[in-house]
Design a protein around this ligand. Structure first.
Ligand code: ATP
Ligand code: MG
Length: 739
């Protein structure tokens, strides 16, 4: 049997792990050291060398995407499809089990999975039925109570309230929720795991069968398993099983969702025969990137401790870009991508990582106008999000009453008592009269086709749209959007939803106001009123630029989503205190350390080039903030950093430092990092004009200087005008007035 394809391109430590004798194994190693590779090769090894049937293997990955990739890798190693091998996420595998054994698991055959949003809707329904006040019994908190107990393996019946009446009520709600789920045959995410665990725990025959079958369980990203996942694993491995797990304590980033990094140590206690392997050579990143990540993570306490080195080159310095604002940040990234592509690089070499989904919008807009193909992973593209579509539907209806889809979308949103039946009546009337729903509605409210309540609600809705339409006349575009959000009740509606979800939606809606503010009409669209031009813009653009995975496009995702992946060029954006580390975590040591691990994850995604960018001023969720560069930049060894200034902002010449040399970036002078000390701004090339200064232009109004270029009569200045957007002007003709 030829085992060469499996063992070649593995170093000695990796090979030792891959070929370890059957028994419990833990591979504890840093980022990019080949843990996932070892796991994949181990599967091929088991099949080829140990003669294990693929039928006996259960592999757990962190995402479905990773599962797909792993399957493909194994296939190429074996030279044949691995067939019946089970590879999937914990949730995916639990689901599969429950589908097979729904009866033993106490479910109905056609049970449905509900996501977190549906789960909350159900909780609200229960609260209403119990006549409980949602401001006191916040649905999100009830949801958290239920899920975190499920994650710990506790049912309502296991919980004791003691003398705590609030806890007693929570437990009662948990029990009611369980009943409601059973009645309607739905299963939430946490329930999948708990139920799959209970299935094995309570059905000894079934457990024996699966223990017999899955002698080989392999788990990637083990540091992010929670209590119930671990308990499940222990159950199936039993005494004689051979769990093979790989992980890195420095990459544990789901503590907020119940993951327990302690499972790494617990594993050794529960499986005393455990063989521990450490991998120390990193194959992914340059020496500089590795040193930066290692330097950062030493600021965390209580680490298990690992060494990580590379035989590769030091490579290029870590580049830090201090953007003036979020648009400047996105422009910089765009420009670097263009340069990369101009030199023969691919778009898909580049990943843009951010802490929060809302940061993607500015990049998306910039990429669309620069015609750079991109793909956003996890999370919808901005204009496709439900709450944004709802808001756009209001705007569309203001612009055009005949828009039936928009009518349908918002006629009962926020809920105003126009149910499915009334809507059906309306549709019938519209069909009969051959008119749009709007007109049918106008006619119907004059008859008694609808009940009096529904008719009144519908009349209210029609009046609302008319009133809105009148009120926004003559307002600036972003004011129109703002007004609509207010008057329609959409903002209020999502605000009342106390879940994270509601908060995120309010933020996205505020982001829509920002988008409208920044919207510049194309020369082609100048005929259209701004609202119509804006609506055309978002519809035309929402389908474009979204390439599929196999196409060549820039990859955009949150840091959490990036776990396990790698890219030649990585931009860690929004590196500002308050954004990253997130405001919520700054005051809390554990939270801050988790954020730092997240930053470590982000940095170690980069193979060749790593950029850290931050904006001195950022408009996010409709609010301007001025923040300090992230402490994570300061914690990165400064000699590895090359600072890039905005174009032609003259900087000090520097003689020392590992990377104190001219950058290739449009001959932008470079100076050494100076975090912690106040930055000395260079002399402005044009008297009275400096970056960030406010100026007034006769035609364009007020704005802020983003860029200065050249000197004397040829000097050019880039100004971000509040109403007209960004423009380049020649100084001598611009007649700018400093404010
Ligand atoms: P992470 O902690 O980020 O999940 P990891 O430890 O799982 O990283 P892998 O993704 O398996 O690391 O490997 C990182 C990169 O190094 C991959 O591109 C992989 O193909 C490559 N690699 C790993 N081992 C070797 C090796 N022995 N020779 C050449 N390349 C290797
Ligand atoms: Mg990995």
């Amino acid at each position: 049997m030829n085992l060469d394809p499996i063992l070649e391109r593995l170093n000695a430590a990796q090979r030792a792990a891959v070929t370890a004798p059957l028994g419990p194994v833990l591979v504890l190693a840093g980022a990019g050291s080949g843990k996932t590779r070892v796991l994949t090769h181990r599967i091929a090894w088991l099949i080829q060398a140990e003669g294990v049937s693929p039928h006996a293997i259960l592999a757990v990955t962190f995402t479905n995407k990773a599962a797909g990739e792993m399957r493909a890798r194994i296939e190429s190693l074996l030279g044949m499809p691995p067939g019946v091998l089970w590879i999937g996420t914990f949730h995916g595998i639990a689901h599969r089990l429950l589908r097979r054994h729904w009866h033993e698991a106490g479910l109905i055959e056609s049970f449905q999975i509900i996501d977190s949003e549906d789960q909350q809707r159900l909780i609200k329904k229960i609260l209403r039925a119990q006549q409980l006040d949602e401001t006191r019994w916040v649905p999100r908190e009830v949801q958290w109570f239920i899920n975190s107990n499920k994650d710990e393996g506790r049912r309502a019946k296991h919980l004791k309230a003691g003398n705590d009446p609030i806890r007693a009520q929570m437990i009662r709600l948990y029990a009611l929720y369980e009943e409601a789920c059973a009645l309607t045959g739905v299963v939430d995410f946490a329930e999948l795991l708990l139920r799959a665990f209970e299935l094995w725990r309570d059905q000894p025959a079934l457990l024996a069968h699966y223990r017999q079958r899955f002698r080989h369980i392999l788990v990637d990203e083990f540091q992010d398993t929670n209590t119930i996942q671990y308990a499940w694993l222990k159950l199936i491995a039993g005494e004689g099983g051979c769990p093979f797990v790989v992980g890195d304590d420095d990459q544990s980033v789901y503590g907020w969702r119940g993951a327990r990094v302690e499972n790494l140590q617990q594993f050794g206690r529960d499986f005393p025969a455990l063989k521990l392997f450490r991998l120390e050579q990193n194959y992914r990143s340059t020496g500089t990137i590795l040193a930066a990540a290692n330097g950062l993570i030493t600021n965390n306490s209580g680490r298990l401790g690992k060494t990580l080195w590379t035989s590769g080159d030091d490579g290029e310095p870590i580049r830090v870009y201090a953007a003036f604002n979020e648009r400047d940040e996105a422009e910089f990234v765009c420009q670097r991508i263009r340069e990369h592509v101009a030199h023969g690089g691919l778009h898909r070499d580049v990943a843009i990582l951010y802490r929060s989904n809302a940061q993607s919008r500015v990049f998306e807009e910039m990429f669309l106008s620069a015609r750079i193909p991109y793909r956003v992973y996890g999370g919808l593209r901005f204009f496709e999000r439900a709450e944004i579509k709802d808001a756009l539907a209001y705007l569309r209806l203001i612009a055009n009453r005949r828009d039936d889809a928009s009518f349908e979308r918002v006629v009962n949103l926020p809920t105003r008592g126009i149910g499915a039946k009334s809507l059906e009546t309306l549709r019938g009337a519209a069909r009969a009269a051959g008119s749009p729903l709007w007109e049918a509605a106008q006619a119907t409210i004059e008859t008694d086709a609808l009940g009096p309540k529904a008719a009144a609600a519908l009349r209210g809705f029609l009046e609302l749209i008319e009133r809105l339409s009148a009120e926004v006349q003559g307002l600036a575009l972003h004011e129109q959007v703002d007004r609509m959000l207010e008057v329609s009740g959409l903002i209020e509606f999502h605000k009342r939803d106390k879940a994270d979800r509601g908060e995120a939606r309010v933020e996205n809606l505020e982001e829509l106001v920002s988008a409208a503010r920044g919207f510049q009409t194309d020369s082609l669209d100048t005929e259209l009123p701004p609202l119509e031009a804006f609506l055309a813009h978002v519809t035309l653009e929402s389908g474009e630029g979204q390439a599929d995975a196999w196409e060549d496009c820039v990859q955009m995702m949150t840091l959490h989503t990036a776990k396990g992946l790698e890219f030649p060029i990585v931009f860690l954006t929004g590196m500002e205190d308050g954004l990253f580390p997130h405001q919520r975590s700054i005051g809390d040591l554990d939270g801050l350390e988790e954020e730092r691990r997240l930053c470590y994850v982000g940095m170690t995604r980069a193979m060749k080039q790593l950029y850290l960018t931050y904006a001195e001023q950022r408009r996010l969720h409709g609010i301007d903030s001025y923040s300090q560069p992230s402490r994570f930049i300061k914690e990165t060894p400064q000699e590895l950093i090359e600072e890039i200034r905005p174009r032609l902002q003259v900087a000090r010449p520097v003689a020392s430092g590992r990377f104190a040399r001219e950058s290739s970036y449009d001959s932008v002078p470079v100076h050494r990092s100076s975090y912690g000390t106040p930055r000395s701004r260079a002399e402005p090339p044009i008297p009275g004009m400096r970056l960030g200064a406010r100026v007034r232009h006769g035609k364009f109004g007020e704005g802020v200087i983003l860029n200065l270029e050249g000197s004397g009569p040829q000097a050019r200045v880039q100004v971000n005008f509040e109403r007209q957007g960004t423009k380049w002007l020649v100084m001598q003709f611009a007649n700018l007035e400093p404010l």
